[in-house]
Ligand binder design. Sequence first.
Ligand code: PMP
Ligand code: GLU
Length: 397
Amino acid sequence: MFHISKRMSVIEESPTLATAAKVKEMKEKGKDIISLTVGEPDLNPPQEVKDAAIAAILDNRANHYTPTAGILPLRQAIVDYHHRYDGLDYQASQVIVTEGAKNALYTLFQVILDEGDEVLIPSPYWVSYTEQVKLAEGVPIIVTAKADNGFKVSVQELEEKRSARTKAIILNSPNNPTGTVYSKEELKELGNWAVKHDMIIVADEIYYRLCYNGNEAVSIASLSDEIKKQTFLINGVSKSYAMTGWRIGYTIGDQAIINKMVELSSHSTSNPAGPSQYGALAAISSSQDFVEEMRTIFEGRLNYVYPLIEKLPGFKVTKPQGAFYVFADCSEAAKMTGYQSVSDFALGLIEEAGVAVVAGEGFGAPNFIRISYTLEESVLLEAVNRMKQFIEMKKNN
Ligand code: PMP
Ligand code: GLU
């Protein structure tokens, strides 16, 4: 049959999206499944966001191509926002708006990497980093962050994996899937180390407004001018404003690289969807009350569900500080229920317990499962009860 490019043979489909799609299909067929899979808020964006997008369509501002980098008012609003929240100074020309943060990362790797360039990726990592690096002919170099160290990597651990080909490091704080948030001091140490070795810092800060129980995330670029120069800041509206379907993310950083990202996007996507850009503009320029309301809701859910998950037989967890996931070591649970691997255990949960989670394999942590807790507490309770019954039933068989 048809030839498939070599490029496509080095990557796998996103396991988060694939599991979520599988569950959706099973649900549509009438199967009773609680989905704790995909990482997205269950809330909806504020009314003013929806109104702004609709108004832009109705008065014909949003129906045509926009500049590839995004409409200027949105780029300016992004710059103003990061000035307000992080004390950062950028020019609007240093921003490219893209179809979600996913495409911001994809385009950045295409621009900065040559064949064989190495990218340090602390694991557990978000599933798309390794695949996007490979698609740019780069080499992902995994640096394992241990659960006992709160899933944080140290400069020493990174140094062991550094080579003459190391081009960049990806720092994702708060982290998907662990919810780990690096402190200001830790980030500064990592940042200074990257600067010393002339490494690009890819700072994926998409969850940085979602921290709980007194934890706070800082933007690494705000820690010194030297670090800022090396940093490409990745963010977007998907998580903070419950706008995953709108597909708006962005990169801010060095002008020459941003210009090349714009050139590439001019051939790949032309521009992010017009109505979405107007919605994102309203979200970013809004009072931000919505973000705080959502953060408070998620904090409540975390504090509710975490102790329940912690008590599940064979589950070992570390309390997350941000994002909206609990990452649980289930190697014991898999063993006691007779499964060969945690991936099989996760499959058993879907098929027999009616609870869908994402297996840790795609995050570089095969002994773990990721539980997304963006659901109402009553549903979370039901999900945990189902998991508990499933483990107890299997254990006794
Ligand atoms: N980075 C991380 C760490 C994520 O979890 C996600 C999840 N979607 C993204 C980037 C991509 O976000 P977006 O939906 O804006 O593409
Ligand atoms: N980032 C989310 C997740 O990890 C959305 C799915 C995806 O883009 O991978 O579930």
